[in-house]
Write a protein that binds this ligand. Sequence first.
Ligand code: MG
Length: 390
Amino acid sequence: MFRMSKKRVVILGSTGSIGTSALKVARDIPDRMEVVGLAAHSSVETLAAQVLEFGVRDVCIFDESKAAELRSLVPAGTRILCGLEGLCELATLQQADMVLVSIIGTAGLKPTLQAIEAGKDLAIASKEILVMAGEVVMSRAAAKGINVLPVDSEHNAIFQCLQGHRGGADQVSRLILTASGGPFRTTPREQLTNVTLEQALKHPTWKMGRKITIDSATLFNKGLEMIEARWLFGIPMERVDVIVHPQSIVHSLVEYTDGSILAQLSSSDMCFPIQYAVTWPDRTLNSLKRLNLAEIASLRFEAPRWDDFPALRLARTAGLTGGTMPAMYNAANEVAVQAFVDGKLSFPGIWQTVEQTLANLSPRPYNGSLDIILEDDALARAEAARIISR
Ligand code: MG
């Protein structure tokens, strides 16, 4: 009998929704996954408990003001790092094989590029990284010969459906992302104006962080995923499609040029894509819930409401235009979502702000420059804020 190797993983964003699922996977398959580094933004008690449970010696707390408290909660030999510098240090940790990036926002960009330079495989859960800098990340990863494993459930599903196939643009006719449709899938257009924060935070099938839950309600999450898919799999934007599938059982599909469609199915639990990213190309027995197809009985699909949820159309335009436009799309949405959370913007105001921001600004090619991406990200944030305050 052969022994399969154990992957040594650094988790950036270990106290968030993806991070805690990743630790569940580590508990479930200890022969295949070892946690060697942990980073969190500011949840110091949760982070300390994780350090103790997994015996981790290298840890980063992004918020420097929490470092002393962390120091008091972990064993004496623990190395404590802080800030963006600390994230980068952890991302290049010598004993790590893989870095799981599950940080919200743009803070994950630099550590991701450094992990690539250090030759670490990447498991990417943060959409922003591929949306903003997909071209840079994928080309540098290819040059270094490292693997980029998608953790987003849809992209992980597509990745699984591409295994054993030549996945190029000449073989794949469409990538079909499934969307649950969110809590307002059947809400008439005129009622979307009155949507409250509480209603937007009730996702029908997935339990996730706040920002992504609101993005699922506006379908901006799917829009970001369309752009993400375009870069991850090198398929032209016009061939990245979306189908609404309210049950979230089929996690996405690939249509090949011969008309065959392959799909990946499982129960809605992020542990499935995380485990596959860690154990790929192997499959490992786990304790996750199996699907009972007879009980499910039927799978439902419907066309997305392109006109009522403009996030999808805007994403396609951003992906087709390229350059810094996807970064601007992402940045304007982040600002608009925060304004909605703060009660300063209506629900449709989110996409109206993004649409107006993109109309007012001119995207540029970035030619591999992270600085240009971050400049236009800041520009879009300022413009969105200006539009909202009017
Ligand atoms: Mg997803």
